[in-house]
Design a protein. Sequence first.
Length: 270
Amino acid sequence: MNQIPQLKHQDSANFFLLAGPCAIEGEDMALRIAEKVVEITDNLHIPYVFKGSFKKANRSRIDSFTGIGDEKALKILRKVSETFDVPTITDIHTEQDAVMAAEYVDVLQIPAFLVRQTDLVVAAAQTGKTVNLKKGQFMSPESMQHAVKKVTDSGNENAWITDRGTMFGYQDMVVDFRGVPTMKQYAPVVLDVTHSLQQPNQASGVTGGRPALIGTMAKAGIAAGVDGLFMETHFDPANAKSDGANMLDLKLLEKLLTDLVAIRKVVNEL
């Protein structure tokens, strides 16, 4: 984690947090969410990275929201970083995205659907940025060692693995916590709490979710020993332009993180 500029509270023995809206919808919303999460994480001494997608390239329907413009959204991510002195993370979908986004953010995220795409992973690694590898819904924990090796073989030692669940049937995800100690052999492990509760492939073409279980999933992740948590949050999930069905309402974040810090303290003492 030391290689990420502006990452605070690294000596707190807490989990680190990747959190923010699913997609950058505009400057005001991004700054509003970031301000609240920065306030909470500073009070709780949680290392924090602001998350926001500069574009969404993997929507179910062609009429779904994909973004406000690549450069415009990336400039907003940079403004968040400069305003609140925090690092930022965004997901990429092409080799060209890697080069472009690396100019604005500190961590590049490989979406789960694309984690086997060698050219994409190598392009991200070659930027020198930390690379967050989402575990494919179709991949075993053991197979993620090869994704990590693509990063390290490209001359970049800074990789994370994020579990976002495995497909179970046609419209549900499950998290197998047995994979946490396995993947920790290869890289720091993050649990993507909110995407693990998605219900994809709905007939409507809009992904559903089970946000009432966010607290349960996050607590289980900390108890299982994950290094970090990923969660999407918004002050108005019902009207968010992407993934609102499984985002955490921002007003619930402080209580949840307070509980998680308490659980982490107990885990550290075992």
